[in-house]
Write a protein that binds this ligand. Structure first.
Ligand SMILES: *Cc1c(COP(=O)(O)O)cnc(C)c1O
Length: 364
């Protein structure tokens, strides 16, 4: 049997009529950037999070970058970031001219709260917790530390649309929350898109200008902005994905539960699930001492797994100038060597899930 890592087409097929109607509506409207579709999407996404404001932007990286800029973070500032994340989290900090200060991960693959305070200096301005793989960070503790040291909290929700911590949605704890709608994410566009949710009106006004050339009134440019706008087609398509967020998250949770019940190989360590959290299972991450041999074994049986991520940020070539040595972040480095992501996607048939379980249980 052939088991792909992810088949985006199955999500499209499932809601084909809605996606096609949305795309056609925009094509025929004659209005393609900053229009009604984006307004409707922003309103729905803000409402979903009970947030005062939402801004659709070009992608998740821009969402992070614009949020940092809106809080005035730039040259000379430091931002605390977990090293166990997709590189975009750190790049957003660097692109603002600030310096990412990497800290290690906990046993849930998220930022290790005990490592945050030792990393704070007089230059620290913000913390970016990443709800990695769809599982929320321990937000209570993070908010407490941020308040004590007067730091902004910008949540990276790129993998955690609809995830909850103690019943409260990821993205509703910090000063701003950033989302990616890259097609594979729990809520996906059919192209690139992202969004920021924020409550503070001053920051909101700044973001709305920054994403549109620093302008509120046409051809009057008050601040140095950029061009990062979620276009009308993506807004219309992402609105369809958003309408089905619960179905998608429930379906992946059911797949994850089937894996958790079925995988019984002592060589495979199942993911730790944080208490009081609703994980949305963007990624189903197992650990294995012989990860590369497991990967090859699955491939030889037609199962396509992936590694998230083979190199932690602090050891990436682009951050070699920070001079952080191998061994500095032992948990994240261990994950880089042992993590394997199993196939999990909307529309994944039970036969595929059971086949993956069966083959993994045969690994010796
Ligand atoms: C995908 C992702 C991003 C970046 O989103 P893009 O839309 O690809 O720019 C940022 N952070 C995390 C954790 C991500 O997974």
């Amino acid at each position: 049997m052939n088991v792909p890592f992810c088949v985006l087409g199955r999500q499209f097929e499932k809601y084909k009529d809605e996606y096609e109607a949305a795309a056609l509506r925009v094509l025929r409207s004659g209005w393609y950037v900053l229009g009604k579709e984006l307004q409707n999407f922003e309103q729905a996404f803000a409402q979903f999070h009970s947030a005062n404001h939402c801004f659709g932007v070009g992608n998740g990286l821009d969402a992070l970058r614009l949020s940092l800029m809106a809080f005035g973070i730039g040259v000379g500032d430091e931002v605390i970031v977990q090293t166990n994340t997709y590189i975009a989290t750190a790049l957003a900090v660097s692109q603002c001219g600030a310096t990412p200060v990497f800290v290690d991960a906990d046993k849930y693959f998220c930022i290790d709260n005990d490592k945050i305070e030792p990393a704070i200096t007089p230059h620290t301005k913000a913390i970016i917790p990443v709800h990695l793989y769809g599982q929320p960070c321990d937000m209570e503790k993070i908010i407490k530390i941020a308040k004590k040291h007067n730091l902004y909290v910008i949540e990276d929700c790129a993998q955690a649309h609809g995830a909850r911590y103690k019943g409260k949605l990821a993205g509703t704890f910090g000063d701003a929350a950033c989302f990616s709608f890259y097609p594979t994410k729990p809520v996906g566009a059919l192209g690139d898109a992202g969004a920021i949710i924020v409550n503070d009106h001053t920051a909101a006004e700044k973001i709305s200008m920054l994403r549109n050339y620093g302008s509120k009134i046409k051809y009057r440019h008050e601040i140095l902005g950029m061009n990062s706008r979620m276009d009308e087609i993506q807004a219309a398509l992402t609105s369809v994905s958003l309408a089905h967020i619960a179905e998608g998250n429930n379906e992946r949770a059911a797949i994850a539960n089937r894996y958790i019940r079925g995988i019984k190989n002592p060589k495979i360590k199942l993911p730790n699930v944080r208490p009081y959290c609703d994980h949305v299972w963007h990624v189903f991450a197992v650990l294995c001492d012989e990860r590369d041999r497991l990967y090859a074994f699955l491939e030889s049986n037609g199962i396509h797994a992936q590694i998230h991520y083979p190199i932690p940020c602090h050891l990436s070539e682009c951050y070699s100038d920070l001079g952080i040595k191998k061994g500095a972040m032992p948990h994240s480095e261990m994950y880089a060597n042992r993590e394997l992501s199993l196939p999990i996607y909307v529309g994944m048939p039970n036969e595929e899930i059971d086949y993956v379980i069966d083959i993994i249980n045969r690994f010796e």
